[in-house]
Design a binder for this molecule. Structure first.
Ligand code: DHB
Length: 492
């Protein structure tokens, strides 16, 4: 075999059943290797070429996950256009199915959770090329007992897939200069990371080890639903919002993944948990103040030591916009006692925020929500390493750990998972266009996290479309018509 990236990850020494040996041209897109597929949306059927299970790195560790499905409308092989796009100009829609930081397979043409054709099918009908890559995740373990999907595996994999598309831009239909990534929750975090960290040298050693194509890994646009991100600040953000909400409905770690139907177990915070919540809440203002964010009306966003101030007003601004958007769509809001009205084009506002948090959004995690003191959270599991299943990743977690022999993730690995860490980094090529959604009823992560991300991007002059849709809980792809209208607006 010809391989200029010799691999030294012990787990791929031929012991995993899925390992394949690479050749120099393994990363070349083979335009003739497809099966024809009929894709139907709204009683309209189009012909599509399905290129499935393409290994997107030369030295895969696990081809069940490090593989990509690419779908190209047949029209583009007949010199026809769809929705104003041609084979040369069509954007590449790149959705991932990552959930719960678990391993994910590449997506296929199918139906979404709402029973309607999924984003893959709908994107094809709108003339997009679709490329969906799988990625390793936190639970993967070799026969030798080594973990091989811990952070930063998933983001490295997805970057390698982007590189594959860029490297093959000349032979594949579609414009790899217009890659639009899409994902939900942990998958939304992955898309935010892809958008923030384009071409950053930090990922290079990992990409080289995998034998990723030598090409750019920057992307054009990001669609991110409820990103579970900025994890090392997520515990304080959660308690800044919910410290005084002591009743919860909690899911088990196996149900973190938004793709899995949840069973919620009700409970009330213990005295110890209440103290933890208050302590975390107190750490949040200095984090926010250090960001020096500018709000929608040009004001510096700050918080006082009690957690009040213009940053809180900014979160409420987005929530109030959500309420009024629902009102304009004809949603009946009369049953919500926490709302009030004033004489205005946007009459509704949240008059009783505490009650809104208690009665509407609620709490679904116990403190610390992400770096659990007993190492039981999904994110502890994400930040394990080859030999350690679960680790802490915050100073607070380390200091208050209740686990025996608890270990802590190195700062660099934590950085590699946080898009915020790259937005001030001039060596990273950040996506120009961002569409971020976080449901007003989503309690998987604090509202502050998406607000901080969207605000930071806007402050840097990026084109940001951010909203917190009313009555949406933890999930994504619930507004595909609007999503694809947005894609057209940025890609055409
Ligand atoms: C997901 C949800 C969570 O609450 C979390 O902590 C991590 C990931 C998810 O749905 O992907």
């Amino acid at each position: 075999t010809v391989n200029n990236n010799p691999v030294n990850i012990s787990i791929i020494d031929g012991k995993l059943p899925t390992v394949t040996t690479s050749t120099a041209n393994a990363l070349q897109f083979d335009v003739n290797n497809y099966k024809p597929l009929d894709v139907t949306v709204d009683n309209q059927t189009i012909k599509v070429r399905a290129y499935e299970n393409i290994a997107y790195v030369a030295n895969p560790v696990d081809t069940a996950y490090q593989s990509m499905n690419i779908y190209i409308p047949e029209s583009y092989f007949e010199d026809k256009s769809i929705n104003g796009y041609t084979a040369a100009t069509a954007p590449i829609f790149m959705p991932n199915a990552v959930g719960g930081y678990m391993p994910a397979k590449p997506m296929t043409v199918g139906v979404g959770r709402d029973g309607k054709p999924n984003s893959v099918a709908q994107a094809l009908h709108r003339g997009m090329i679709v490329a969906s890559a799988g990625a390793r995740g936190r639970t993967l373990k070799s026969e030798q007992g080594e973990y091989y999907g811990k952070a930063p595996a998933a983001i490295v994999d997805l970057k390698a897939a982007v590189r594959y598309l860029k490297a093959n831009d000349g032979v594949m239909a579609g414009d790899a200069g217009k890659i639009i990534v899409n994902g939900t929750s942990a998958g939304g975090a992955m898309t935010a990371l892809l958008g923030a960290t384009g071409d950053s040298a930090d990922y290079e050693p990992y990409l080289q080890k995998l034998g990723a194509a030598k090409a750019s890994d920057s992307v054009f646009a990001v669609s991110s639903y409820c990103p579970i991100t900025n994890l090392e600040h997520a515990d304080m953000a959660y308690e800044w919002q919910l410290a005084d909400v002591v009743d919860y409905k909690k899911m088990s770690i196996s149900m973190l993944d938004y793709n899995v139907k949840r069973e919620l177990v009700p409970g009330t915070l213990t005295d110890g948990e209440k103290q933890t919540a208050q302590a975390l809440k107190q750490d949040f203002p200095s984090y926010v103040n250090g960001l020096k964010l500018i709000g929608h009306d040009g004001k510096l966003l700050t918080l006082d030591k009690d957690g009040n101030g213009s940053f809180k007003d900014e979160v409420l601004y987005h929530l109030n916009k959500s309420v009024n958007t629902a009102h304009k769509q004809g949603v009946d809001l009369s049953s919500y006692a926490f709302l009030a009205q004033k004489k205005s084009a946007e009459p509704y506002y949240i008059a009783d925020y505490s009650e809104f948090l208690k009665a509407y959004t609620g709490r679904s995690k116990t403190p610390p929500a992400f770096d659990a003191l007993d190492l039981s959270a999904g994110e502890n599991n994400l930040f394990g390493d080859n030999a350690t299943d679960n680790r802490h990743f915050t100073a607070f977690g380390v200091k208050h750990s209740t686990a025996t022999d608890a270990k802590v993730a190195d700062a660099q690995t934590v950085k590699l998972m946080n898009p915020m860490a790259y937005l001030d980094d001039k060596t990273a090529n950040t996506a120009l266009h961002w569409r971020i959604r976080h449901g007003a009823k989503d309690s998987d992560i604090g509202f502050a996290i998406p607000v901080i991300l969207a605000t930071k991007l806007a402050n840097q002059g990026k084109n940001v479309d951010f909203a917190m849709p009313w009555d949406k809980g933890h999930g994504g792809d619930y507004d595909l018509d609007e999503l694809f209208a947005w894609v057209d607006s940025v890609a055409k």
